[in-house]
Ligand binder design. Structure first.
Ligand SMILES: *Cc1c(COP(=O)(O)O)cnc(C)c1O
Length: 385
């Protein structure tokens, strides 16, 4: 089966991991710091903090943004459950805003009507690696005094244009913090892993402590004095959200290949776009003028009436060795969210999107032969429908 996404790991990656295994520190050593510095430099941000998953990074970012019990945060239903779950961990309530039918991103024009006195935070998700219009989101956040955390788990390497200048997702020029994931299907991998980027030192300090049980080892921050040399101080209830140095070594090595990975993904997307142009069965994803799409996914949308045959199509494609997937079941359709009282129908565009969408294979190690096979088979399966 050709999966919809998969890691690319070469001998240099493996050698870097082995070096750490033979060294003195397999966790809390020098590799985490180096990975953080390299990632911050790549994105053009002051600080990067590495976590053991994208989910824990989201949890930490929401905490650092001050999200707490009884608060509301605005996000998209067209995402992985983690985006919303991370707020539930803090006792906050997700408020889902419907999406644009083309990009699958949060519809910026619908945000304001969902803002209440309880709203603290906006969490845009750069669906499939196509950036949201961050300038517009920032204008709304500023008007109401809200914070922004970008869920950029799909969008490492993506960029967007504002008034003629390009900004990297992760630069945090139009947000307070940005979160990435290093799960194997994402742009670079550490097995499991994630990161929060920010330009704000206060957030940086909070994130760092949240990752390590709420503990500080910095004598300048101690509240009780005087203190013995072995002292450390816990200020709030944090977690063990640390990544190992074994993984960070892999991350450092992977990051060096990121631009190549993106280039490969964009080449595959170009090929799909070319071969599927004007086909009668489905729409292909589109890059907006302001966007540089990093194609974490290649989501096609079935045209009417083919969307009615999605289940059958999905089965046939899988049977032919094409590991298609669906991104996403609207988060509030999940049983757990239904039990919390979220009603179906609240985001009609997200529900329509879900009816139509299928993700095709896209990853840097997809060979030309595999790509040609996928394209031929897909057209064949549709023709025989
Ligand atoms: C992958 C992903 C996450 C969670 O990341 P993990 O590293 O798997 O915990 C969160 N949000 C989105 C949009 C994702 O795609």
């Amino acid at each position: 089966m050709i999966p919809y996404g998969k890691q690319f790991i070469d001998d240099t990656d493996i050698e870097e991991v082995i070096k750490v295994l033979k060294s003195d520190f397999i966790t809390q050593g020098p590799k985490i710091k180096q990975f953080e510095e390299n990632l911050a430099e790549y994105c053009g941000t002051k600080f990067a903090l590495i976590f053991n998953s994208g989910t824990s990074a989201l949890h930490a970012a929401y905490f650092a943004a001050g999200l707490s019990k009884g608060d509301e945060f605005i996000t998209s239903p067209n995402t992985f459950v983690a985006t919303a779950n991370a707020g539930l961990y803090l006792g906050a309530k997700p408020v889902f805003v419907d999406i644009e039918h083309d990009t699958g991103n949060i519809d910026v024009n619908l945000i304001e009507e969902k803002i209440t006195e309880k709203t603290k935070l906006i969490v845009p998700v750069h669906y499939a690696g196509h950036p949201c219009d961050m300038k517009k989101i920032k204008t709304i956040a500023d008007k109401y005094g809200l914070k922004i955390v970008e869920d950029a788990c799909h969008a490492l390497g993506a960029r967007y244009k504002v008034q003629g200048s390009m900004f990297k997702v992760g630069s945090c020029k139009f947000s307070n913090m940005t979160v990435f994931s290093f799960h194997p299907v994402k742009h670079i991998t550490t097995g499991e892993g994630g990161a929060v980027l920010t330009n704000n030192e206060e957030y940086y300090e909070k994130l760092k402590m949240f990752r390590n049980h709420g503990i500080t080892k910095d004598p300048e921050k101690f509240i009780s004095l005087p203190t013995p040399q072995w002292y450390y101080e816990m200020h709030f209830l944090g977690h063990n959200y640390r990544m190992t140095d074994i993984q960070a070594a892999l991350g450092i090595s992977q990051l060096k290949k990121l631009d190549y990975f993106i280039e490969q993904r964009r080449k595959i997307a170009d090929k799909y776009n070319e071969k599927f142009e004007n086909n009668p069965y489905f729409e292909t994803p589109e890059e907006k003028d302001y966007a540089f799409y990093s194609y974490h996914l290649y989501p096609i949308k079935l045209k009417s009436p083919f969307h009615k045959k999605k289940k059958e199509l999905f089965k046939k494609l899988r049977k032919n060795g094409i590991g298609v997937q669906v991104h996403y079941i609207p988060v509030y359709w999940q049983l757990f969210y239904q039990n919390l009282g979220f009603k179906k129908g609240i985001c009609p565009n997200a529900e329509k999107f879900y009816e139509k969408v299928i993700s095709l294979p896209i990853f840097p190690s997809l060979t030309d032969n595999e790509l040609s096979y996928v394209i031929e088979k897909i057209l064949e399966v549709f023709q025989k429908l």
